[in-house]
Design a protein around this ligand. Structure first.
Ligand code: ADP
Ligand code: MG
Length: 724
């Protein structure tokens, strides 16, 4: 199609679209978790003893014996077949942010040629995908062995429904034959284990007698854009890169704030309900949905769950967001910055740790004793963010998230902690020794229970902080919308484990001196604040003053790009952190560095090639056609002796030439591969390729503003964002 024909076609299709057929709404208890083989279903279908074992495994992470696995497999198969499943699949999460699966049939034929179904404990426990082409950061190159998947009984199996079939999905880990983690789930399980162990130490020292297994929890708020698929299909950049590489700002953007929390467009509301219906059937507790700041931007947030299950559910939700959107004629963009000039998308990861005996340790609680536990855990988080800020930054480092961090809409690439006025003052008083005095004077509750009575009003929150305390949890706000939440959760759990161990060591020393618990806690926290209090910041994280102060006065790191951030994974302190907690071996950590770096480089190279391609084959021809129209008009007018203003022709010619010059430079650098180190290659992408892509874009966008609308080939921002 030439000129603006594809755009007109798209608008025609959208205007004349038939509403999507959706089924009648069902009441909640009829659909809730119907497609999940959860504990309740297991209890109905297996013997009491076996069930007790499984439950214990789920709650405490102890291994399951093979005979019990056989029992579970048989029950799972019966249930899945009764729901129409003919295939099963171990679903796993490679080091990239995607979900992977390999499907196998339940069916085998016997010697008579009859079909029987088979699914044993060992088939349930272990799958063997030919995962050799998943990035592994050279872990498996050495022995050329294949990786294998293993059932994670702590995350329930479920049925994935498609229009004409269904498949039993078995959440799994993915590892090499030599036992190295090749996925995002293994480290998450290990990090939880490390946090549990360290938390036990602290709680025991605090005199707790009964301490059940601690788990981390996660509630992730997912932002996304919905664009009509007719538009997306005419934009190679949206199809291949998930974001627009070109596009002039529309006359109207998000200035009016009229989209935020506005009425949800009817077509989107229908989509959301359809999606939520699917989520509920899969036991995913979708809780809130609303419009976001940018036009065509929305958010969905499920209620929080244990981190491992939440991470699986989050991946599943991203898959369903995309597939359900497609059914409704939308393309769901999970990219962090699909459109320049308007807000991008993040994924706020709300995180807390707790158990059934002590409750949520990041909740100040009601008694002075609860307050002390809380202050220790919260203090441990402060220390973690300070000590491992660059690691946290690395955990959210992707080519796409770099567009968002540090822009004036998302937290800066400097990691600091926001506590809120009241809590910040408590820690300040601790630092200044005021609370030690109060404790020594026998004021047992130190006034904390009053001070820590938080307002949970979101208006009270600092939206410019990357890491904010929000009353009973921390909210890591710098996570990218397309990312798996596992990396951030692993990092938070592991840094907390390390800090809690530090706290426990210090507490032991203080208590040995004969100090009371309160005095010991205050002394430990005082030292902690002296060393790490610098990371606490309640001001405006977007301001340039903070960018200066953070680096110059507080010694915090500002790591604007992934190229700056990823090398944190190779620092000695980080290696030590992961090794000492048993979360990642040095080999596993190094492989992660390699995989993430490669992903970064690849995605920038793909985009750069796309920029060259689109500039040459879509934008240049439009500009030339317009120029030739203008030239023709000018020469006809000259024949009539009419003088015509040629300023537009001049401008279009100048921008076209400038664009081509930038394209030539960009093409030249894309091919470079002679780098001494991966780090050099990443830096080259960040500091050479990216700016040249922007240079091409600047001229292309200037052309969009000049060239006749009927010749412009790419759907414009105003169309994509406002036509629904
Ligand atoms: P907001 O947009 O104001 O940040 P939302 O209600 O949209 O808040 O999302 C908050 C998220 O935090 C939800 O997923 C919620 O379930 C989750 N959450 C609430 N309490 C906890 C907790 N203790 N630990 C982890 N996540 C939590
Ligand atoms: Mg939030």
């Amino acid at each position: 199609m030439s000129g603006n024909e594809s755009r007109l076609q798209a608008i025609y299709q959208i205007t004349n679209r038939e509403p999507v057929q959706v089924s009648k709404p069902e009441v909640m208890n009829k659909i809730w978790a119907t497609d999940v083989f959860n504990l309740a279903k297991m209890e109905e279908s297996i013997a009491k003893n076996a069930f007790k074992q499984v439950k214990n495994t789920v709650q405490t992470g102890t291994p399951l014996d093979p005979s019990t696995a056989d029992v579970v497999a048989a029950a799972m198969k019966e249930w899945a077949i009764s729901k129409g499943a003919k295939f099963y699949s171990h679903i796993f999460y490679p080091m990239t942010n995607i979900t992977a699966e390999k499907h196998d049939g339940f069916i085998v034929t016997n010697s008579d040629g009859a079909a029987i179904t088979e699914f044993t404990g060992s088939l349930l426990i272990k799958g063997e995908p030919d995962g050799s082409s998943f990035p592994n950061g050279s872990i498996r190159m050495t022995n050329a062995a294949r990786g294998y998947t293993a059932w994670d009984p702590t995350s329930p199996a479920y049925i994935m429904q498609t229009a004409n079939g269904s498949t039993l999905m078995i959440p799994s880990v993915f590892m090499s034959w030599t036992g190295e983690a090749l996925d995002k789930k293994i480290p998450l399980l290990r990090s939880n284990h490390a946090m549990n162990k360290a938390a036990h130490r602290v709680l025991s020292l605090m005199g707790e007698k009964e301490i059940s297994t601690l788990n981390s929890s996660c509630g992730a708020e997912q932002e996304y854009f919905l664009i009509d698929t007719n538009f997306a299909n005419s934009r190679p950049d949206l199809l291949l890169a998930g974001r627009t590489l070109f596009g002039a700002s529309p006359a109207k953007g998000q200035e009016f704030d009229d989209h935020y929390f506005g009425a949800i467009p009817a077509r989107v509301q229908v989509f959301m309900q359809d999606l939520e219906d699917k989520l509920f059937r899969l036991g995913i507790p979708a809780k809130t949905h609303h419009n976001e700041v940018a036009p065509a931007q929305f958010e969905i947030a499920p209620y929080y769950e244990s981190a491992n299950v939440a991470a699986d559910h989050q991946q599943l939700m991203m898959t369903l967001l995309k597939s359900t959107a497609r059914k409704h004629g939308f393309t769901c963009l999970l990219h962090e910055k699909p459109f320049a000039g308007i807000n991008g998308s993040g994924k706020h990861v709300n995180w807390s740790v707790g158990n059934s005996t002590q409750g949520n340790l990041l909740d100040p609680g009601k008694t002075p004793h609860d307050n002390l536990n809380f202050l220790l855990f919260c203090g441990a988080v402060i220390r973690g963010v300070h000590k491992f800020g660059p690691l946290l930054r690395a955990a959210i480092a992707t080519a796409s998230n770099d567009h968002r961090l540090g822009a004036n809409e998302a937290p800066p690439a400097i990691l600091s902690v926001y506590l809120g006025d009241q809590l910040e003052k408590v820690y300040k008083d601790i630092l200044e020794g005021k609370l030690i005095k109060a404790a020594a004077a026998g004021v047992m509750d130190l006034g904390l229970s009053q001070i820590l009575h938080f307002e949970r009003d979101p208006g009270d929150r600092n939206r410019t902080s990357p890491f904010a305390f929000t009353g009973n949890r921390f909210e890591f706000r710098a996570v990218g919308s397309s990312q798996s939440v596992s990396g951030p959760l692993v990092t938070m759990n592991t840094m907390l484990a390390d800090s809690l161990n530090w706290v426990a060591d210090k507490l032991e020393i203080e208590l040995k001196k004969g100090s009371t618990q309160t005095i010991a806690v205050m002394a430990v926290l005082k030292e902690l604040m002296q060393k790490h209090g610098n990371v606490v910041f309640g001001g405006d994280g977007y301001s340039s003053e903070w960018h200066r102060m953070a680096v110059e006065e507080r010694g915090l790191k500002n790591l604007p790009t992934t190229a700056d951030a990823l090398p944190a994974l190779r620092e000695e302190s980080v290696k030590k952190l992961f090794e000492s907690t048993g979360v990642l071996s040095p080999v596993e950590l190094e492989s992660r560095y390699e995989v993430y770096a490669e992903q970064y480089i690849l995605s920038i190279e793909v985009e750069a090639k796309l920029v060259v391609d689109m500039a040459k084959t879509l934008i240049y021809p439009a500009a030339i056609r317009y120029l030739s129209d203008l030239a023709m008009a000018a020469s006809s007018m000259a024949d009539l002796n009419v003088e015509l203003d040629d300023s537009i022709a001049q401008k279009v010619a100048a921008e076209t030439n400038a664009m081509l010059a930038a394209v030539a430079k960009l093409s030249e650098v894309i091919g470079r591969h002679d780098f001494a180190t991966t780090e050099d290659h990443m830096k080259f992408c960040a500091h050479e390729i990216r700016p040249l892509m922007v240079a091409v874009r600047v001229h292309a966008d200037a052309l969009e503003a000049e060239v006749a609308d009927e010749l412009w080939p790419l759907p414009k921002y105003s169309e994509m964002l406002f036509i629904k």
